[in-house]
Design a protein around this ligand. Sequence first.
Ligand code: SAM
Length: 362
Amino acid sequence: MLLQEKIKNKISATNDKLISFSAFMHMCLYDLDHGYYSSKKNQFGSQGDFFTAPLLGKIFSRSLTKQILDCFLELDKNIIEIGAGNGQFAKDLIVELTEQTLDLKNYYIQEKSLILREQQQIFLKNNLSKDQFDKVQWINDFPDNYNGVIIANELFDAIPTNVFETSNHKIYERCVAFEDNKFLWQTRPCVSKFDYQLTLPSTNIIFEYSDLYKELMESFSKTQKSIFFIIDYGMEERQLFHPQRLNGTFRGFVNNRLTSDVLANVGNQDITYHVNFTHLAFLSKQYDMNILGYTSQSHFFNNLGIDFIDHQSTQDHYQQLSEINVLTSPSEMGELVKVMAIANNNQMELKGFGDFDRTHLL
Ligand SMILES: C[S@@+](CC[C@H](N)C(=O)[O-])C[C@H]1O[C@@H](n2cnc3c(N)ncnc32)[C@H](O)[C@@H]1O
């Protein structure tokens, strides 16, 4: 059955002929047969639909390695990567750690998409030495008493979210209906409860809120001792709910082009939105964890120091300059992407947040 048909049937089976946007997004991205991340099409890079930082080159993983090495002064030498995409970051990080003579114990990957899991296995087997590959394990749940680092790059913005809108100070849920052979938005009174008191503007606004973040943060809080790096497009609530951003942040990507109609082209486009870091900060506190820092990707990498990797040619040099520009320029990923580090059962100062830490804004 085609994905459109499947979603349509799900909508027809409800009393009010509506499903939440979160249910819709979940089917579009992760339906086992036709979901965007479950289909075989290449989603990543120039041949796919979007670029993530690790796909630009090795500077991202090299810079992060510096911070991870500091964490390993206090934590066991384990890494969990959640949502590993095409496996490029895992490969670059493991190679970089080996070059830094670190004796990594385990590199765990938690990946929701079965097809991506298979692709990661093939890619890492072909691109790592046997010793390195033997350290990689795919997991469904965090190992018991986990002690180590956890990393998620562009994970939270791929986690299904609900969408809401305010009208005359009342909150409504924006749901998905099917009429005239197409999906469309329809509102219903808000039945969802938010985990905390959102600071909404007095003007009408459309905004996203995902109740699925809680599950992940809860499992993180059950680790024995760890530091969780969250790197994602997003911002703190004051900026996110700014009167100049009243139409929500959900958007689609196809062939490296932005699309605004997230209800169209089901299963063939990526759907994403800006992460509300204030929500993540609230959940950290709720589960008794410490925020070690929150800043822009640009400040994080500049604090750590960005090193050129030995290059063979002028072309290599320009390629690295271009990578640094995309990672740090305010009009590219530099300002829109944030880095947040949360610690469970430990407290350490991280160099990446040495200057321009914005935790107080959360
Ligand atoms: C936007 S991609 C980012 C991939 C990679 N981190 C990168 O930077 O290139 C999102 C990834 O998260 C995975 N994912 C989404 N939700 C997940 C979850 N709850 N647990 C594990 N993986 C998840 C997707 O299948 C995909 O691999």
